[in-house]
Ligand binder design. Structure first.
Ligand SMILES: [Zn+2]
Length: 371
């Protein structure tokens, strides 16, 4: 498997265009144009993680936090950050970062966080992107119906909701055409009207896949000029966004829930922003990383408690004033991305028959300690 194949599969799952503007996602060091046998997944890339990668002989580091968040001004390797870049290049280790596109992806990092704390009936807390749908109707000789239909679904058409794929509809009928001028018809003769038993295949797909679907159509269709229609669908929208909100199975006090959060994420401590730790709560919003500024979205979704990291002092005052209880477990809870990514890549390893080894970094990159 090459790096390009692997990342093409990943970007189907978490397209780069879902990332926030200015977020440096994607390949940052090395090349994907090489075979990949070992992948190391990590939250952060620090010098000790690079050492781990070199020691384990990995070809690709897959990180949630981009390695180059700020551009380097020079490449003097006395600087530890620069030395990391040099070591990675020297050992031909590529580095790919999936940041806010992994946060918002359906069944991505924020869903993993929601599952970890056990919320149900989960919905998006703060919508950042909406993708419309299109419908393709294409006319194809009956003999080629299956070939074209399979090509379309392979290119990503025919997914309805999270649980159904390969959805399509076929009608049979008669197609008519007269090839003229310099036509080179697959079926029929110049200047003679032809009648062909044809099928009309209908499929829907997210509009950002239009170019890919059209390419699959042209590559699989036997005609010189395939007849097809594209429609805009009004009743399907895919929403993506930051944070998840849902309900705990039963009410619990803020105090007890804080203890649970500590246990779930194996924390030495956390910061609690509340006027009443004995208050009973049930509806919980969670957003990985540093997402204090999105607390109004948690309120709008009627969350009793909002879990996010790096909450700023004055924001905490505003949260209290607005009657929201907040748990700041630290930014490092995002390290559950290692398990989530490793599970995902292991599923693909099986479904795509890839000969790869997936390793989760076993280093703790949390810079904070409690005293
Ligand atoms: Zn983060």
């Amino acid at each position: 498997m090459t790096g390009k194949e692997f990342i093409a599969k990943f970007e189907e799952f978490a397209p780069m265009e879902l990332a926030e503007a200015g977020d440096p996602v994607g390949l940052q060091i090395g090349t994907l144009d090489k075979p990949i046998k070992k992948i190391l997944v990590t939250l952060d890339i620090r010098p000790e993680v690079v050492e781990e990668a070199i020691e384990k002989g990995v070809d690709l580091i897959f990180a949630h936090h981009p390695i180059m968040f700020r551009a380097a001004k020079n490449l003097i390797t006395d600087n530890p950050q620069n030395k990391m870049y040099a070591d990675l290049l020297k050992h031909n280790i590529a580095v790919y970062g999936a940041h806010t596109n992994l946060d918002v992806a359906t069944n991505g990092l924020n869903d993993w966080l929601g599952q970890a704390i056990g919320i149900k009936n989960t919905e998006i807390m703060h919508i950042t992107n909406q993708t419309g749908y299109k419908k393709l109707a294409v006319y194809v000789p009956k003999s080629d119906e299956e070939k074209v239909r399979v090509a379309l679904t392979k290119a990503g058409a025919g997914k309805i909701g999270p649980n159904y794929e390969n959805c399509s509809y076929t009608l049979e009928g008669t197609g008519r055409f007269t090839p003229i001028n310099g036509a080179m018809p697959t079926i029929g003769t110049l200047n003679q009207t032809e009648e062909v038993e044809e099928a009309r295949i209908e499929v829907i797909f997210p509009e950002h896949k239009t170019a890919k679907i059209e390419r699959a159509l042209f590559e699989s269709h036997p005609y010189e000029e395939p007849g097809y229609d594209l429609y805009t669908i009004e009743n399907f929208v895919d929403a993506y966004g930051l944070g998840r909100v849902g309900d705990l199975p039963e009410p619990i006090s803020v105090n007890d829930f804080s203890e649970k959060v500590k246990a779930i994420f194996q924390l030495e401590g956390l910061r609690l922003v509340t006027t009443d730790p004995s208050k009973m709560i049930q509806r919980v919003a969670i957003c990985g990383g540093d997402a204090g500024k999105y607390y109004p979205s948690a309120l709008k979704k009627q969350a009793d408690v909002y879990i996010t990291g790096d909450v700023y002092y004055h924001t905490a005052h505003d949260m209290l004033a607005d009657g929201l209880t907040v748990i700041d477990p630290g930014h490092h809870i995002e390290s559950i991305c290692k398990e989530g990514l490793a599970d995902l890549f292991t599923q693909w390893k099986v479904s795509e028959s890839w000969e790869i080894e997936i390793i989760q970094s076993n280093l703790n990159t949390d810079p904070y300690r409690f005293k």
